[in-house]
Design a protein around this ligand. Structure first.
Ligand code: PLP
Length: 427
């Protein structure tokens, strides 16, 4: 589709482009496999000599159409869907890292990403150095090693709500000849397009705002196409030297700026298999069609709720980058001028137990392990998503023990505030 269309039009129209007489709505290709006239034709697909579908574990047309839409929303050159945001972040890193390699990781990333890298990928021999995203350039530079292969951060950290200093992170990553991978789940391409600031790879948990209705778990990886893998010789040898499992194909030579996503699809998806179901991708596509309407409403409601909380006596602190008093207000204005996200965090006077008691008294806002849903929801990270972390790690991740993560939905803001008000009367 034309790249000149605005993001609103892309939300609706990108991806599936029906030809004459074809269904107007993206079809669900609920098929594991694809038929060919000759054995030779199918053989060519296995050698990557010909493009085409042969088995849904690698690629499926419904999934690919939705990936194409997300690719256009982010302004990338290639994208793929995964069965979860976890799989997206795993593949994004594992596509260029192997045993003996090293990653520089922002300390405030989502707890699941933190575990993935520091626990599970560590077992695969991939080490991490954790950096405070607000540390100065010199300090972050010291985290790099000879074997560093990428930097991983979030545009808006979940749940610390730290807004990434893109300029600083792009500069340090590129100075060390490695790509910057940014998880853009919270900001979404409606509010922030990291490629415009020099980021190389973007990931998403599409489970959040993109789906928007808490219907399906999913993930996406998008490549800007800008990182020059070949420039660094054997550093990214998985991309720049022959892959014997495809009869010696060299991804950078054969697929140019689509090398990274092609490798992740034909090698990682082939071998690890975390493809979304076509049905889930169909649902994700419906979510994407209203992303441009929902995200501004989430932000508008979140700002109203955050301002109300800031003026309430029982509230100890409020963290929302859209608040003028917030540490990240100016940075958010620079990188995401139309808004940040619908998630706010706050603590109540009296600490952790009071915060938990308040949550138990909410009626409209539900306690769920989720954020970025059309319905307002709430969670206590220290008891839930981050419960595996000790106090020191919690603080490092920007998570106070009393922190309430409040995901403001797209209901009427006054009703959400009334629910908070009544719950506060019980503590
Ligand atoms: N990245 C971020 C920023 C998240 O918030 C989450 C989940 O909350 C994930 C990744 C993991 O995504 P999923 O739950 O879809 O596997």
């Amino acid at each position: 589709m034309s790249n000149n269309y605005s993001i609103e039009t892309k939300c609706i129209q990108s991806g599936w482009q029906p030809q004459n007489g074809e269904p107007r709505v993206l079809p669900i290709y609920q098929s594991t496999t694809y038929k060919y006239e000759t054995s030779d034709e199918m053989g060519k697909l296995f050698d990557l000599e010909k493009e085409g579908y042969f088995y849904t574990r690698l690629q499926n047309p419904t999934n690919d159409m939705v990936a194409a839409k997300i690719c256009e929303l982010e302004g990338g050159v290639a994208a793929m869907l995964t069965s979860s945001g976890q799989a997206a972040n795993y593949y994004a890193v594992f596509n260029i890292c192997e045993v003996g390699d090293h990653v520089v990781l922002s300390s405030t990333v989502y707890g699941g990403t933190f575990n993935l890298l520091t626990v599970t990928m560590k077992k695969m021999g991939i080490e991490c150095t954790i950096v405070d995203p607000d540390a100065d350039e010199e300090t972050i530079n010291k985290a790099f090693q000879e074997n560093t292969k990428c930097v991983v951060a979030e545009s808006i950290a979940n749940p610390a709500l730290v807004v990434l200093d893109f300029e600083k992170f792009v500069k340090v990553a590129h100075a060390h000849g490695v790509p910057l991978i940014v998880d853009n789940t919270f900001a979404t391409p409606i509010n922030c397009r990291p490629f415009e600031y020099g980021v190389d790879i973007v990931t998403h948990s599409t489970t959040k705002y993109m789906d928007g209705h808490a219907m399906s778990v999913g993930g996406a990886i998008v490549d800007s196409g800008n990182f020059d893998w070949a420039r660094y010789g054997s550093k990214f040898h998985g991309l720049t030297t022959p892959d014997e499992s495809y009869h010696g194909v060299t991804y950078t030579e054969k697929f140019g700026n689509k090398a990274y996503i092609t490798k992740a699809t034909v090698q990682l998806m082939r071998d690890l298999g975390s493809i979304p179901s076509p049905m889930n991708s169909f649902l994700l596509n419906i979510g994407l069609e209203t992303l441009h309407l929902r995200v501004p409403r989430h932000c508008e409601n979140a700002l109203k709720v955050a301002e109300w909380l800031e003026n309430n006596d029982k509230v100890a602190w409020v963290n929302y980058p859209g608040l003028k008093s917030n540490k990240y207000y100016e940075r958010a204005k620079k990188y995401m001028p139309n808004g940040t996200c619908g998630v706010i965090s706050f603590g109540l006077k009296g600490g952790r137990d009071v915060s938990v008691a308040f949550m138990d008294n909410l009626k409209l806002a539900a306690i769920v392990t989720h954020v970025a849903d059309a319905r307002t929801c709430v969670l206590h990270p220290a008891s839930h998503t981050h419960r595996q972390m000790n106090d020191e790690q919690l603080i490092e991740a920007g998570v106070q023990p009393d922190l309430i993560r409040f995901s403001v939905g797209i209901e009427n803001a006054d009703d959400i505030i009334a629910d908070i008000e009544q719950a506060l009367t019980h503590i």
